[in-house]
Ligand binder design. Structure first.
Ligand code: KG4
Length: 340
């Protein structure tokens, strides 16, 4: 049988990424160019700059991935691309490049949902056992999803306001930590002995989540703290807020995840998205499920940030299910996972 070779592209936010996946398991190339340094001075992702940088870098990232020793690009059988959700201009660059390559090579195109990619990133470390529950925690999303079978998604719960990553970034900025806030907040709060503040627990129905109230409460508390003559907070105060934020935000997420896993009688839980890199989440999620008989999977760190390897994995299942996209496809910045 002919080998399946997927060339995958991802450009939904601030990473330009290309990967090559052979027969669903052999990751031949995985190249990521991150724009984090370029967005730092704006304190967050500046969408227009993101689009320009994707445009500037996409051919370089593609050439790098394709320059793999002994690889013949004529062996590519499918081109996959993140078709949404994401920043409109940013998505467009990856989609245009993918369409061009698919047309040139005369191979089918697959349009992948970005969050399906974050979920399927876990398949690089474990085999999925359906039905399962996936938790997606990122800059733009906080969702608890039920997967009865491959590539079928039922949203059980989602944030009613801010996403967890977005809320992390806002509190981190208030503490004077550089972008990306969540990452730096995690770095300074790894000491489990830091005493945490008692914070209110949001009361949210079902499996839904809420971060806006907690975020505003923390911001107000931080604004009342005394600062030095340069406007900086003492390091021990920053650490205490960082640890308190992390514990309050992640505990809410894990409480709802545990509830959903119990109610839906799943034997496996998978975690994905940028926030799944968080140290407290990574250690605590194992404790939460320790005596439940439920297997917990967290992706390797390299797979928590945006990359195209995860897009290729999801595409592999879409090919099995015959879910191909026409060359006339467009990117969908607000694409819904439940409609996949
Ligand atoms: O999934 P992602 O790379 O981008 C999308 O939103 O699609 O997630 C980025 C988010 C940012 O808000 C960042 O601050 C957060 O993930 N993040 C973290 C950590 N690493 C990334 N938050 C807490 N702890 C981390 N270690």
């Amino acid at each position: 049988m002919k080998d399946e070779v997927i060339l995958a592209l991802e450009s939904s936010c601030d990473e330009t990424a290309v990967a090559i996946l052979k027969n669903g398991t052999e990751l031949l190339a995985n190249t990521v160019n991150t724009q984090i340094e370029d967005h730092k001075r704006f304190g967050g992702v500046y969408p227009e700059l993101a689009s320009r940088l994707h445009l500037k870098n996409i051919t370089k990232v593609l050439s790098y991935a394709l320059s793999l020793k002994g690889f013949d690009y004529h062996t590519i059988t499918h081109v996959a691309v993140t078709g949404g959700p994401g920043l409109p201009g940013a998505l467009q660059i990856g989609v245009m490049a993918a369409k061009t390559i698919a047309q040139y090579l005369n191979v089918p195109l697959i349009s992948v949902h970005h969050l399906a990619g974050h979920i399927y990133a876990n398949e690089y470390v474990t085999e999925f056992k359906y039905p399962l529950i996936a938790l997606i925690a990122s800059g733009g999303n906080s969702e608890i999803v039920y997967l009865p079978s491959p590539m079928k998604f039922e949203i059980l719960g989602e944030t009613e306001d801010d996403a967890i990553g977005e809320a992390f970034d806002k509190v981190a900025r208030e503490l004077g930590l550089p972008y990306p806030g969540g990452v730096n907040l995690d770095k300074i709060s790894r000491d489990g002995n830091i005493e945490t503040f008692k914070l209110p627990r949001p009361k949210v129905d079902g499996y839904n989540l809420s971060y806006s109230g907690l975020k505003s409460h923390l911001v107000r508390m931080i604004q009342k703290e005394p600062r030095d003559k340069d406007g900086n907070l003492p390091l021990d105060v920053v650490k205490r807020y960082a640890r308190s934020t992390e514990v309050a935000f992640v505990d809410q997420l894990l409480d709802k995840l545990a509830l959903a896993a119990k109610d839906y009688h799943v034997s496996q839980v998978v975690v994905g998205g940028g926030v799944s890199a968080n140290s407290y989440l990574r250690s605590h999620v194992k404790e939460v499920f320790a005596d439940t008989g439920i297997e917990v999977m967290i992706p390797p760190l390299w797979c928590t940030t945006d990359n195209a390897a995860m897009i290729a994995k999801a595409a592999h299942h879409m090919i099995e299910q015959g879910k191909l996209a026409p060359l006339s496809m467009t990117s969908l910045p607000n694409r819904a996972l439940a409609e996949e």
